[in-house]
Design a protein around this ligand. Structure first.
Ligand code: AMP
Ligand code: ZN
Length: 723
């Protein structure tokens, strides 16, 4: 097998130091939260390397560490932050309880994806002694120095530092934070051991006093302990290259002499909406979320097979759906062929040729997309079906889709097998209309009859197949057609984005509908990937009241994308975007329409904001505003053509209202606050459900976006005579 080696920047053969045994280390999870599917993509990559090597007679000793003193980023650690501890405090638990919980969840995720368990899963907190002893060794050998109970690695002592990542000279300083630790001799130096500050929850004794280890040192310690001083393969995601692996390499080679790792393999990122999947971009999905949307975890494995590990993979639900269909079709093959009897026939030149070409794909820098398409070609070849089945299951030993096991559970009750026999018989008699009627009746019952070579067979519908029958769903705002060119329909469109919190959704909608006695109105709802009973309730509501229209999204679209669907679908002369935390206590539509009748007014709402520096915004009661808050934001529909749709890079709701308000100001419209509107604000659950840290992080990202575009447009402000 040849793999792209980050260190040599070439595709190198795997040649284990000890013949027949490959020592592989994979950077594992930080267990203060669920792994997201981006993390899991990286673990899948290591799994395919391992399965590929094992299928070719090598044995693999695989170590995957559990980072249970969670220093996500070295600089965070250097500020004394620790995510495991922070989550523990927030949830009222001990760090150990938090770590244990998420470690279990991680193992369960890996199992559901068919990832083989590593030989060892060492926990960082069980190896602090080893970390201390490597640190001592580095001090002895002159690669480290101590200042006030802190030990730092001295980068200048290791001239090869920077070779793995290609970060040399000035580049190295880029990753260093402005408020660098004053105790460091060189800002590039990194922490091996940090003295515990007073009041710290978790710390260990050391020759330098109580403290806790750096992040990189844990991997140097655990890899050496279980694999020795030389590794054949080390894996991780590309974000691990620097500083984590650069630091790890410097430590290990400093302590034990080089070379530490032969082949460094780094998986490219999983993206969603074009950016790296991560908690802080609010675009991270867990396996559990995919499952709650009806997907089989294995569909994600299949999806990852379709893109080479060294390429980015942009995750979308439509791609996942296609992957699930592909998986289903492979399972169908297994299911169909396993009904055949006779000898398997896995010998012969043809079979051997398929086997060899499949392995060639795997060995060629893990070309899993090539291996998968070869698998498909094989299933369509003219080999006997029994041989195809045997080869397919053999290939699956590396693909890891668990094909054999998945069809075993396809049991059907007696009434369904009877229907299956009846359809077979009717088809044999060429009575197709009757045969199709039988199939339809079974379909309503949750089963599928499929006609295979050996006759009709029955299987339960997959979760996804059942869901797709409920109501149509969209995956992006692009899929929704625009009605902006259509003439006005009702006087008002009230647009609502609903995502769970059914009680709030009901309160909001039920408070608006009675206003229909006085106004012609419609309520347009984007059901933004709800997973509780909200979708079903909305569907029912729309069924009984034609003024309510629902567009279901198959996952949580970004806030701007969801609102753009509202903008495109609204037909009212006035569009009123309303948050589900808001309740109408009386007719608030008449005063809104009166304010918006003034052609110089672009948007209006009860909660306005003013600013004088574009950094601080204050709520105002009445009159000209610099922004209207999203709780209730109204404008004439005709203006959308001029102001345009919202910027979809705003995934999180916060500050999107500032952004959109400024789009109106820029076009020369005024914004009006109307404090006396009869609306009541209740708890805003999207906000209150977030931790302090999440609020801060998500808001910041959007505020920076806002500032980049509008930060120097002082002239638009009311205080500057703008608008
Ligand atoms: P963490 O739990 O953050 O330490 O990450 C665990 C592993 O997932 C590391 O090897 C990371 O490099 C990798 N990783 C993090 N984000 C992504 C992503 N969006 N796509 C692929 N791998 C990732
Ligand atoms: Zn690591």
């Amino acid at each position: 097998m040849r793999l792209s080696n980050t260190l040599s920047r070439s595709v190198d053969p795997v040649q284990p130091l000890e013949p027949g045994v490959v020592r592989m280390y994979s950077c594992g999870p930080t267990v203060y939260r669920h792994a997201h599917i981006g993390n899991l993509r990286t673990y899948l990559m290591a799994d395919w390397i391992r399965r590929g090597l094992e299928a070719q007679g090598l044995s693999v000793v695989h170590v995957k560490n559990i980072t249970d003193v969670g220093h996500m980023r070295q600089e965070m650690l250097e500020r004394g932050e620790d995510k495991v501890i922070a989550s523990a405090l927030a949830e009222g638990k001990t760090p150990r309880e938090i770590a244990d919980f998420y470690t279990e969840a991680f193992h369960a995720d890996e199992a559901r994806l068919g990832i083989l368990p590593a030989t060892h899963f060492p926990r960082a907190t069980d190896h602090v002694e080893e970390m201390v002893s490597i640190t001592e060794r580095l001090l002895e050998r002159g690669y480290a120095y101590e200042v006030d109970g802190n030990v730092y690695f001295s980068v200048s002592r290791f001239p090869d530092y920077g070779r793995l990542s290609g970060n040399v000279g000035g580049d190295l300083l880029e990753g260093v934070r402005a408020e660098a630790d004053p105790l460091k001799r060189d800002p590039r130096d990194f922490t091996l051991w940090k003295a515990a500050e007073p009041g710290r929850l978790l710390f260990w004794p050391s020759p330098w006093g109580d403290g806790f280890p750096g992040w990189h040192i844990e991997c140097s310690a655990m890899s050496t302990k279980y694999l020795g001083e030389r590794l054949d393969i080390h894996t991780g995601g590309v974000d691990n290259v620097f500083p984590h692996h650069e630091g790890e390499r410097a430590q290990s080679e400093g302590a034990f002499g080089g070379p530490f790792v032969r082949t460094w393999v780094h998986g490219q990122h999983l993206l969603a909406d074009g950016v790296k999947m991560s908690k802080s971009s609010a675009n991270d999905y867990t396996l559990e979320e995919l499952e709650s949307r009806g997907f089989d975890p294995m569909a994600f494995r299949y999806l990852c097979l379709t893109v080479r590990y060294r390429s980015r993979l942009n995750f979308t639900f439509s791609a996942l759906r296609a992957a699930q269909r592909g998986l289903q079709r492979l399972r169908n093959r297994v299911w169909e062929w396993s009904a055949l009897t006779g000898v398997a026939g896995v010998d012969g030149a043809d079979v051997e040729h398929w086997r060899q070409t499949f392995l060639e794909r795997v060995n060629d820098d893990l070309d899993m997309p090539g291996a998968l398409s070869l698998t498909w070609a094989m299933t369509r070849s003219d080999l006997p079906d029994r041989a195809k089945l045997a080869l397919l299951l053999e290939f699956d030993g590396i693909l890891g889709l668990g094909l054999a096991g998945s069809v075993e559970s396809w049991r059907v009750p007696e009434r369904i097998s009877e229907a299956q026999a009846r359809r077979s018989e009717l088809r044999a008699r060429l009575d197709y209309p009757e045969a199709d009627a039988v199939r339809r009746s079974v379909g309503d019952d949750g089963y599928i009859l499929e006609d295979a070579a050996a006759g009709t067979r029955a299987r339960p519908k997959s979760e996804l197949e059942r869901r797709r029958e409920r109501w149509p769903e969209v995956s992006s705002s692009r899929e929704v057609s625009s009605l902006l060119d259509e003439p006005d329909g009702p006087e008002f469109s009230v647009g609502i984005v609903a995502c769970n919190y059914l009680g709030d959704v009901q309160r909001c909608i039920d408070s608006v509908l009675p206003l229909g006695d006085r106004h012609s109105l419609e309520i347009v709802v984007v059901d933004n990937g709800s997973t509780d009973g909200t979708s079903a309730w909305l569907e029912e509501k729309a069924g009984e009241d034609p003024r309510v229209r629902v567009i279901h999204a198959d996952h949580v679209l970004g806030e701007a994308a969801a609102k753009n669907i509202l903008l495109k679908q609204s037909l009212g002369a006035y569009v009123v975007l309303m948050d589900t935390s808001v309740e109408a206590t009386e007719d608030f539509l008449s005063p809104l329409a009166a304010a918006l009748a003034d052609a110089s007014v672009g948007a209006a709402g009860p909660w306005g904001l003013r600013t004088s520096d574009l950094r601080h915004f204050e709520e105002i009661d009445e009159g000209r505003a610099d922004a209207i808050q999203a709780y209730c934001f109204a404008f004439r529909r005709a203006l959308v053509q001029d102001v345009e749709l919202m910027r979809e890079s705003f995934r999180f709701y916060r500050n999107l209202d500032l952004e959109y308000s400024f789009c109106f100001l820029e076009k020369g419209y005024r914004l009006m606050a109307l404090s006396s509107l009869p609306l009541q604000r209740h708890e805003h659950r999207v906000w209150t459900s977030l931790s302090e840290e999440e609020r801060e992080e998500l808001s910041m990202v959007n505020f920076r976006r806002f500032l980049r575009r509008w930060g120097h447009r002082q002239e638009l402000l009311v205080s500057a005579g703008g608008g």
